[in-house]
Design a protein around this ligand. Structure first.
Ligand code: SAM
Length: 248
């Protein structure tokens, strides 16, 4: 296993070379098949072809998950239903169908502007999985608004609608010119909740390396895969900078 590396290539082929049950957490943010321009991959396939391909990479990722592992997949409205059905066929247990509500969505003139992405959270084993409740608590209304003595002093477990801003072109967090970089705050919640220090976190579509950078910061081992040599270079530079800053 190429631990703490960004691997260039097709994720289905690369994952096939890894040992089964070797990964604690997979986070996947695949191309949504909505015509985004990535450097060297197709984001406008025929419907059936995209669904068949999704099944292939999900199967490859599930094979790598340990028995207490977790899988998170980000997906748009267009294919959320299909992805949910694929995971059901793979016998994964749905823990949450999270809605990531973001600001800075694309403005529309003749329909409501979209401001959300679906994030599915599945586990392999219904009873045994990592969920670090105390590491992801957020301030509650009971604490902040009502000064209710019954409030948990460390806050509440977040709801399943998450509000994080998208990473816009002008943001300091932005890395290179990738068209859809995920916010680190979102990955931080997922990695803190569903992995422990020293665990292995895999992102088969790592793009700018957000998952790898956050995993590195939080003391997890990462593996990132992307088919684009340039995005891989961006991701490598990013995680090395995190390491050099001494975040970890
Ligand atoms: C939605 S982006 C991921 C962005 C990433 N979450 C980030 O924060 O930067 C999808 C990525 O999948 C990559 N990709 C497309 N097809 C692939 C394949 N077959 N194997 C590996 N990566 C692929 C693209 O190059 C693109 O960077």
């Amino acid at each position: 296993m190429p631990l703490n590396e960004i691997v260039e290539g097709d994720c289905v082929e690369i994952m096939a070379g890894f040992p089964a049950e070797s990964v604690d957490l997979v986070f996947a943010d695949p191309p949504f098949n909505i015509g985004v321009h990535y450097e060297n991959s197709d984001d406008s396939r025929e419907h059936d072809e995209y669904v068949a391909w999704s099944e292939t990479w999900i199967e490859a990722a599930v094979r790598l998950l340990k028995k207490n592992g977790s899988l998170y997949v980000a997906i748009g409205d267009e294919y959320a239903a299909e992805i949910r059905m694929i995971a059901r066929e793979k016998n994964l247990f749905l823990r949450n169908w999270i809605i990531w509500h973001y600001t800075f969505g694309q403005h529309q003139r003749r329909k409501f502007s979209r401001s959300h992405t679906h994030i599915f959270y599945w586990v392999v084993n219904e009873r045994e999985f990592t969920f670090n409740t105390d590491d992801i608590r957020v301030p509650s209304d009971r604490q902040l608004v009502y000064a209710d003595k019954r409030a948990h002093p460390k806050g509440k477990v977040p709801d399943d609608v998450w509000a994080f801003s998208r990473v816009c072109g002008t943001f300091k967090e932005r890395v290179g010119k990738h068209p859809c970089q995920m916010p680190e705050s979102l990955l931080e919640r997922i990695i803190l909740a569903s992995s422990n220090q020293g665990d292995v976190v895999l992102d088969p579509f790592c793009g700018t390396g957000t998952t790898a950078a956050v995993a590195q910061k939080l003391g997890r081992n990462y593996i990132g895969i992307d088919v684009s040599p340039n995005y891989c270079e961006l991701a490598r530079k990013r995680v090395h900078e995190v390491a050099a800053r001494g975040d970890r």
